[in-house]
Design a protein around this ligand. Structure first.
Ligand code: H2U
Ligand code: ZN
Length: 346
């Protein structure tokens, strides 16, 4: 009898229409690979050398204001630049290039250098949500912008250059690959069913409960059926908002609440500041597209401890992603954790 908890199988991701290989029996194998060293976690509230702290110098002779809550600035090393001339070349049907323009920004979440999302006050996280909404609205309406990606890299392990709490926005004239895949799947599903793909998926997950991490009235956090990263989590708005700009005031509070709760659970898992890449997927620029359902992905690299991380290498680069622990067991571990942050416990 086929058993999801024991037998190798593949699972389907309906958002990207890709499969992930799940090998639950492999968690028993011994580990002799790389051990990550984590930097000690004592940070000052203000760091003279931090380019994100209030009043400090940045690259190119810029100086941060003495900001009080959030602070937005244009990335001094932007990957996309406004006003890039449009155009394309295709010297052969197999050889194509297309100009890409856009705007890259950095958002500091707080003037406090030592805080993380998990450790920020709810009211301050709400200010972060409001800043995201403002930026999304502004950039989505900017001529030449097709998609606004808001994302956070947390922790050195994820390539984050600075522990000061911050995120990035890359708004581009192109629709990026992951978004294009999700757009196609959501649009087809909506056309066939008249409901968003994630409305129906969330209904299934709320009924099952097996992969839920935590929920409030406005958002659910779950380990998706098709998770690739060990402790991958998805946030899904319970009402099918197409983007951050459609959230009511209560829903924005709900987003702040679920962000704090999920990141606190993450930090409590190995009692470290848990590294991850996080970002939203939402309606591209242009007319309102009701097929889109606002959600966010957390992709954390850690596997079985603070020092053992997953790499997407070998079979995963050459064939398909693979995981050892099931989504259900990862969700159960996250669900069983307290929402009191380990650093605040005496
Ligand atoms: P990450 O920590 O996710 O790398 O984000 C920090 C961003 O800050 C990064 O994209 C930018 C880098 O280009 N940055 C500036 O804009 N000005 C600076 O003085 C240093 C870093
Ligand atoms: Zn700082």
């Amino acid at each position: 009898m086929f058993d999801l908890t024991e037998h190798p199988h593949r699972r389907y991701n309906p958002l990207t229409r890709e499969w992930v290989l799940v090998s639950p029996h492999r968690t028993k194998r011994p580990w002799q690979g790389q051990v990550e060293k984590l930097a000690p976690e004592t940070r000052p509230q203000y760091d003279l050398k931090c380019y994100l702290c209030p009043g400090n110098d940045r690259a190119g002779g810029h100086k941060n204001p003495v900001y009080q809550n959030t602070f937005v600035f244009e990335n001094d090393f932007a990957a996309l630049i406004p006003g890039t001339p449009s155009g394309s070349v295709a010297p052969h049907p197999l050889i194509q290039a297309e100009a890409a323009s856009g705007v890259c920004k950095v958002i500091c979440f707080s003037p406090r250098h030592d805080l993380t999302v998990a450790e920020m006050e709810l009211a301050d996280l709400r200010t972060v949500v409001d800043t995201w909404v403002d930026q999304y609205v502004e950039l989505n309406q900017t001529a030449g912008i097709a998609y606004v990606e808001i994302f956070e890299n947390r922790g050195e392990m994820m390539g984050c250059s600075n522990p000061h709490p911050h995120c990035q926005i890359w708004a581009s004239s192109i629709v990026p690959n992951e978004v294009a895949k999700e757009a196609a799947a959501q649009e087809e599903y909506f056309a066939a069913n008249g409901r968003t793909l994630l409305t129906d998926y969330l209904e299934f997950e709320l009924k099952s409960g097996e992969r839920l991490v935590c929920v409030n009235d406005h958002f659910a956090a779950l380990v998706p059926w098709w998770a690739v990263w060990p402790f991958e989590v998805m946030l899904i708005s319970r009402r099918a908002a197409t983007g951050l700009d459609e959230l009511s005031s209560d829903e924005r509070d709900g987003l702040a609440d679920i962000l704090k709760r999920v990141t606190t659970r993450y930090d409590n898992l190995f009692e470290i500041s848990f590294p991850y890449s996080f970002g939203f997927h939402q309606r591209p620029a242009g007319p309102r597209n009701p097929a889109w359902h606002l959600h966010a992905h957390f992709y954390p690299p850690l596997l079985r401890s603070a020092t053992v991380r997953k790499f997407l290498v070998g079979y995963e680069m050459l064939a398909m992603p693979q995981r050892d622990i099931t989504a259900e067991s990862a969700a159960a571990r996250l669900r069983d954790l307290t929402e009191v942050h380990y650093r605040t416990r005496s």
